[in-house]
Design a protein around this ligand. Sequence first.
Ligand SMILES: Cc1ncc(COP(=O)(O)O)c(C=O)c1O
Length: 294
Amino acid sequence: MDPDKEVCVTIGSKEGIFNIAQSFVNDGETIIAPSPGYPVYSAAATIFNNAECVKVPLRPEKDWLLDPADCPEGARMLYANYPNNPTGATCDAKYLKKLQDWCVENGTIFCYDNAYSEMCFDGYMAPSALEAGKDCIEFGSFSKTFNMTGYRLGYAVGNRDLIAGLKKCKGQIDSGAPKFIQKAGVAALGLYKDGNLPDVVKANMDIYAERRKVLVDGLRSLGYKVNMPKATFYVWFDCGMPSMKFTEKMLDLGIVATPGVGFGKSAEGYVRMTVTQPKERIAEAIERMRKGSI
Ligand SMILES: Cc1ncc(COP(=O)(O)O)c(C=O)c1O
């Protein structure tokens, strides 16, 4: 890999995800965004480029995987994201090849958001879209892996033309992430030895895994059908009622949960909870839900 031509440092992955659309999408073109999905995918090209966004529903019966068969032909750009926010869904390398092949056949730019690539449990390793070839651009983040959210540091890797276009756009906007922050990123990446996850990251993942178990077991004990996520810090489940109604009831108990409908209409009835609080707080939330008969 040629770092000058195939890598672009970004100001958090969000900035790259936004600016790739500014760089390549023209007025009147169509982009494809998964629904539910990280809101920037559908907003990026529609706010400033007058593009049309086709939101393609992700469905539980398809394991929340974006199915190319549901996607319109002739779109300029497609966003996909696994491990997935908000559903916690994961995929394998074969699936990413299928997506990349579909994009190549349709002349669609494949933008793969791999922000949670390192946040995996139980031996699962999130694949990179680049495993299937370089007809794509992949975004990564320091926010999740190294808890460096406030530093605003990420990266894009992949196809040279896409990286060149992104750099051209960024050259007129931000001129790059500050050097001292990039140096912190270099130090963080230097913790990888022989490609293995750094010990500090593993230790964090052990904490998240423990919290995940408390949350999933607790929700199951309340009668919810919940999958144990293989990645991300999200736990996603069918709450059995309109998701806003559920999260309002939760707020009355002092618990913040995110309604699925906020990520897209097809996620109505689902709720996202996170493992970003200590396990004692999570256990308390479960007890409040039990007492509050939610
Ligand atoms: C799916 C996904 N992609 C990208 C981001 C942006 O991360 P950052 O800009 O901090 O790298 C987030 C943040 O929550 C996310 O959930």
